[in-house]
Write a protein that binds this ligand. Sequence first.
Ligand code: HEM
Length: 545
Amino acid sequence: MESNSIVLSAVKAVASKSSNLSRSQKVVSISAALVATLTYVLFKKTTTPPKRLQHIPHVGYVKMLVAFFTGKPLMDITKTCIDPVIANSSLGLYLRPSRKVWNIYVTEPELAKIVYNKNDLFPKLDLTRYNAGTYNGKFSARSNNLFFSVGDEWKRQRRIANPAFHRAMPISLFGMYTEKLFTSIAKSHSNNSNEVDLGGFITNFTLDIMDFKFNSLQDSTSEYVTMYEKVVEALMDPLFYFFPALDTDYLWLFPKRQQVHKELDVFLDMVQEIIVKKRQTLAEQKKLKELAVSNEEAVNDVETKASDKDILTLLIESAGEEENNDISEISDDMLLSNMCVLFTAGHDTTTAGLLFCIYELAINQDIQDKARNEIISILGDEKSDVLPTAEQLVKMEYLNMIIKETLRLHSPVAVSSPRLTMEDCMLGSTLIPKGSTVVIDAISIHRNSKYWKHPDVFNPDRFAAGGEAEKHAGSGLTYVPFGSGSRHCIGRNFAMNEQKVMLSMFLRKYTWTLSEDSIHKKGLVTKGIFLLNTSEMKVVLTSRY
Ligand code: HEM
């Protein structure tokens, strides 16, 4: 029945039964009936997918919302709300509610390949307009950065950023910060206990790698770190994410949130200051280099080696090259916007990858031993830290398989950003109407038992040469932790190398098991819905030297 006729029949029903009531009683009854009916109609409208999508099975709106707001781990939500829907459909698609729309989620590798590869038919949805004025909109959901831009602006952003990610890899920087990580871990358990919560340490390690002069490994209570932690918490707040109007038009109702907005302004000013200082340093280095151009040694003194350069330096330098400009002419605002997006895209994801890996190695001691043996065969077993070289990293095949398997089983980016359907089209056997939003469900693809044998089991051998993963060729995209197509993760190699350096040094330095009172004793507990992470990783560490 149409909404109008529901309301009319409700009013008629009340009017017919209220002939004995006084006029004011009648007004009250009819108003109450109207409010109740309108609420029902609105509820029905919100919780039911639109007609044009009703041929695709959907997950329960209320069930999802409750799970979301009660902070249930994504795997629990997947098992209780999503898996049953997928199991009862052969389409390889299902619907899931998002803020104002129902997104189409893709679970079949063949269909994922079409969506990722046909960028003209399924471009990334411009999310910035949904976030205008919100906390996320001020922080990173802006049209002048690589992650959120679309169309020609995105092409320009990608061209600018490409050299920063592909020309040089800061391998020595990763090793240097791993040594700092060891020092700060050693300081923390001088009290004879070997139990360490690695959550905070790894977070600080990956923050320092972004080299915002956070110096979090030395001072985990530094102003930047404290501010940044608050920023992340505020970004992930489900209430304001789901109802962005509360973050803008109705912000006056939430004094605490207003305070959080003010804190963000201070944080952004601090990052801006870092950018200004970095620019000054680079400009001074450039002048010194010009002065010393005839003197080989002096040039080497002023120039930072590519393998030691942090991401901000690389970004400023490659932007300067692309614009064919002096570096002082690149917009500060564009750098700020990109640095903010790299905080979440590059830092949280890698932290999660490392922590999930440490968890899997803690509960699979045989795999930990085998990985350590490989590392020792490459880096030796001296009783001191060894910083691996790029050539040595290539030889760490088993460690590579472990990282890949971790990213399959616990993909930190659980789902892709939404894509917009530009024309009515078929995805497999299903009609996708123009204007629908499509999302790749990496978690479900990675656990699809049609392709992955015993998908819930951690088994790095899947990624051995000639192993299960290779046999999927021709089955579409069965493995998408870094996305695919033109908008695949630009930081993929950066993240893989960062993890390899840290884990190889960590395996040489320590053995570890999961702590008895770890929250993960019965299985990995994650937080987040789109980006997965964990707040705690308590392990018992034994130093090997
Ligand atoms: C384990 C670590 C990482 C994982 C699992 C990961 C995953 C992903 C995924 C799945 C996408 C594509 C999203 C989509 O298609 O909607 C993506 C995009 C992106 N990632 Fe990563 N990422 C990681 C590390 C990094 C690092 C270290 C950086 C930078 C320092 C980075 C920067 C980006 C950027 C800028 C994009 C957007 C690219 C574009 O749209 O052109 N990521 N990442």
